[in-house]
Design a binder for this molecule. Sequence first.
Ligand code: CAO
Length: 496
Amino acid sequence: MATRKKAKAVMNSVKAKVKSTAAKPKPKKAQAAAKKSAKKVVKLPAKKPQAKAVSNGLPKPVNRAFGEAGRALDGVKILDFTHVQSGPTCTQLLAYMGADVIKVERPGVGDITRTQLRDVKGADSLYFTMLNGSKRSITIDSKHAKGKEILDRLVKLCDVLVENFAPGALDRMGLTFDYIHKLNPRMIVASVKGFGPGPYEDCKVYENVAQCAGGSASTTGFREGPPLVTGAQIGDSGTGLHLALGIVSALYQRTRTGRGQKVLAAMQDGVLNLARVKLRDQQRLAHGPLTEYSQYGEGVPFGVATPRAGNDSGGGQPGWILKCKGWETDPDAYIYFITQAPVWAAICDLIGKPDWKTDPDFATPPARLPRLRHIFDTIEQWTMTMTKFEVMDKCNALDIPVGPILSMKEIAEEPSLRATGTVVEVDHPVRGKYLTVGNPIKLSDSPADVRRSPLLGEHTDEILRDVLGYSDKDVAEIKASGAITAPDKPAKAAAA
Ligand code: CAO
């Protein structure tokens, strides 16, 4: 709280500075004098550049140690209307960066993921808890007149509204962009939708729909198999990340314009952005076969569209997933091996094929392209003699890029990920300790604020009183009205 106050004070002093240094119109007399003197050519000594110009209107660098000057988004208030995964990922990241994220949930129900894939009876699921850390929860029935009034107050007070409802749902609540902007012209209204404007704009979309519509599925998997979705949630979490970037950019632009704007991240667009190398390959097809794809070496002709490439590297340095010791029983005893050209000689020596260094069939990258299958089969004979970590040690010592296939169990137990705060253990009053993913983006002056997820409506009273300024009497009336409670059991839910 103190930090937030200080941050506000700094912002005010910046505003004052900007105001006082803004060019003021000159009085008429002074203008005439300036015109007259402009005719005379007087040579003035060159002026030293002023500190003001160099500082670009920014405050002086603070004197405090890095990490002790608050967080990047201190003072930013987010009205979080998100649910399921895409939107919550975005607002969780903003919360990690220091924003005050107020999650609005339907009384008695909450975000549907609270109860989805439940592993502990009566407790919020990991689906919910791992996507809603560091936020506050308030229950408001947005379709109740009193609830609407509370929401209006929140709109007036917050900097950003984030939502990922089905198309039209926010408008049906009465929260159109025009309405919001009348209440608060500074408000940034950020949305995740499945598709951007066009034939599919009204469609509801989940993760795998986006992976398919964004070009990922058609280019993932093996050539002889069907399209495949990937485990990484590039449609949901990927789009949440895109939206977060849009929001901080809009916040930055607002410091100049003073007004908010709409930010839209469509899941199809987000997936395509992450799959852009496959659109690159689509265009390359017009100029001949994709020689780095193993299908080229296998003599399989290319069709009209970017094919599925199995475990081919997708870049200019061929790679493949190879078996390691124990693969017969351990599904993750594999390593990704990249035959990077600059270390080709080291690879040849390591795998016991020194003659390949000079053999014209293997010595150069173009000569190797039609033989990739044979090359990787040969390297695999070597990797199968060791565990993936032993292969890694041997290769890293020679700067050969390889990556062990890590299981989620190995990742959960990896001490270095705990040490950096990428995997964090938090304590929850109902479910107990659980692991979550902390902030994957590290800021040297803004330590991540990773806290457990809130219970449904845990902060309703606190937000009504401390943020919105309702009196005890008002809060009692609101509770009685049913605006913040489930319709069937008002008293019980209000106490939650
Ligand atoms: N009080 C009262 N009503 C509330 C409320 C509150 N606090 N919060 C939500 N609601 C209502 C909404 O007003 C809406 O009602 P109407 O349809 O009657 O207007 C309804 O709850 C929620 O609507 P929804 O259509 O968004 O929810 P859904 O479960 O049917 O669909 C989803 C879910 C994800 C398919 C859809 O929201 C969507 O397409 N979102 C955009 C794309 C997206 O983010 N997808 C990723 C999801 S994660 O895989």
